[in-house]
Write a protein that binds this ligand. Sequence first.
Ligand SMILES: C[S@@+](CC[C@H](N)C(=O)[O-])C[C@H]1O[C@@H](n2cnc3c(N)ncnc32)[C@H](O)[C@@H]1O
Length: 384
Amino acid sequence: MSDNPYLGREQTEAKHYLLKRYLQALAFKVLTFSDITYVDGFSGPWECRTETFADSSFMIAIEVLKDAQAKTVDGRGRRRSVKCFLVEKNPEAFARLTEAVKTYNKPEDGFEIVTFNGQFEDAIPVFDKFIGTSFPFIFIDPKGWKGYSPEKLAPVCRRHKVELLINFMYDHINRATAMATASTVASFNPMLGEGWREALDPTMPPGLAALKLLRERLKNVCGFKHVVSAPIYRSTKDRPHFYLVYATKSRDGLEAFRDTELPTARKHARNRADAKDRKREEQTQQAVFFAGFNADVQEAVVAETIEVNKRYAAEMILAELKNACGRMRFDKLWPLVLEAYAVRVTNVKDICKQLAKEGVLADTWGGGNRKPHDDTIIVLRPDP
Ligand SMILES: C[S@@+](CC[C@H](N)C(=O)[O-])C[C@H]1O[C@@H](n2cnc3c(N)ncnc32)[C@H](O)[C@@H]1O
């Protein structure tokens, strides 16, 4: 019997892996200049398999934040405070949540945890106050699409610095948005806005069009500058189960999210391949030969997807430069590329170097091993 709590729920493992890695990157950075508040809007515990709740979002966040706080001081050598606001509607789950976190609540040491029994949206004004002047990271992880709307989130998102991570339940939403029953249509109004059906991009499958609409609304209604999404596939089926939608006002955040997304995709690809092998073994009652082979293949598929993204990114760089009369600062260019494609800043640098080698861009960063940096002006060479 395996002691892996994620066996058979590899999607949850990918979600928790990305949450942990991203929050780690964020906390180590933010705690050098600000206090931080983690809000878990749909905390659970839900389907946990460990007694310690190590496989729950709230415990993962608490452990990451405790560790980051212990290892980080700000510019004046002070340890910044960490606050957690954990919301859970179900009374029985709430009782377990409260019991699980009580020993971690140490306001006297600058680590405070507040729990809230009720609906996420009813908690918004309460945690808006609780956040105060700290940097909020808000995780929204419902079982479906109900319970959160950009309009209700807008007041808390008015801050200069704030980030959201939303689990967009793509598979359910894709099926439900194709239905025309009045109650189903109305159930999407909070997330997608009244009249959302007319606002969907007709060239896309309904689930992807709904995702695009939500991303636009997070920008227009909540004031986010960058909103991107990472697909998380079903364990043993080749279609997305959900998308993790990330919203930020900072390009550093965008950079850190893409840095986290790609290792998550690689790890998830390997886990899915192993899950498929296990399923085949169960169905055929025969051991799969060359165990690990499929995992290598799946990882290669992820690598190929990254290569395809890089090719699109190169085309986009040229198009953006043409639009900008042939010149653009690197720190204006890379956020546009990272928002459109799942690539990292280092990829964008390498693409620029390659385009310079091909004579399409001028080498304005000094040649050799040097690469463009934020204040480099990227210059398109005139057509010969
Ligand atoms: C998918 S589970 C959360 C899993 C958890 N975030 C994790 O990763 O370990 C969703 C949880 O939200 C709770 N819930 C459902 N609707 C809610 C609402 N409107 N407000 C707050 N909690 C809600 C459910 O009882 C359930 O425990």
